[in-house]
Design a protein around this ligand. Structure first.
Ligand code: PA5
Ligand code: NI
Length: 194
């Protein structure tokens, strides 16, 4: 890979980077076991393996000293009462942080650390969110029609640990309740799936 400065633009309205190396699509089948209402999950999946979110990555070496950047687009929709969301992860190197800049849409970043502390922060255009080292993170789109689009930046050597969240889930869920958007305890949360 060439080691020269480079620039790209995030053209409106799509915000898809003018140059990118990798386009990841994650569909409902990739989040098996993550949504609380499993019957609703199976019903939707039987109809269509719906596209939940996409990531456009700018490739750099996955090494300390590098920064990885890109755009994450979570589409609007729900499984039961729970809004579409990313898989979510801890970084494999736990002591690595991440910054998100919300470019478009509305939603939340659901976060927790291994000590069990939780934070759910609102995402709206112009909001910059700092996710400190050791905090797992998942973005959730709560708009009815609009995508949630965020720009992210994190250290090159961070890696992704998806397994912990796949097994135990996040402690908090973002759902549409009778009073509107609600953040509730995850009734199915269990330490390492126990
Ligand atoms: O590094 C990040 O946190 C983001 O780039 C995410 O990878 C992106 O939002 C997709 O989420 P996930 O990796 O949990 O599927
Ligand atoms: Ni991350």
């Amino acid at each position: 890979m060439e080691n020269f400065p480079f620039a790209f633009i995030l053209p409106t309205p799509s915000l898809i980077p003018s140059a990118h190396d990798n386009h990841i699509e994650r569909r409902l089948s990739a989040l098996r076991g993550q949504f609380s209402d499993q019957a609703a999950y199976e019903r939707i999946l039987a109809q269509e393996d719906t596209l939940l979110y996409e990531v456009y990555e700018i490739q750099r070496p996955h090494e300390s000293g590098e920064l990885l950047t890109g755009i994450s687009i979570v589409h609007p929709g729900k499984v039961g009462s729970e809004f579409f969301m990313t898989k979510g992860h801890f970084h494999a190197v736990l002591d690595t942080a991440e910054v998100y800049l919300c470019m478009k849409g509305e939603g939340f970043m659901v976060m927790e650390n291994p000590q069990g502390e939780c934070r759910v922060e609102k995402l709206a255009p112009g909001e910059v969110l700092y996710v400190p080292p050791r905090w797992a993170h998942r973005s959730v789109c709560t708009a009815r029609l609009e995508d949630l689009v965020t720009f992210f930046i994190y250290p090159g050597h961070s890696g992704h640990d998806y397994g912990t969240i796949e097994q135990q889930g996040f402690r908090k869920l973002v759902v549409e309740g009778e009073a509107g958007i609600e953040i509730i305890d995850n009734p199915r949360w269990s330490k390492k799936g126990s």
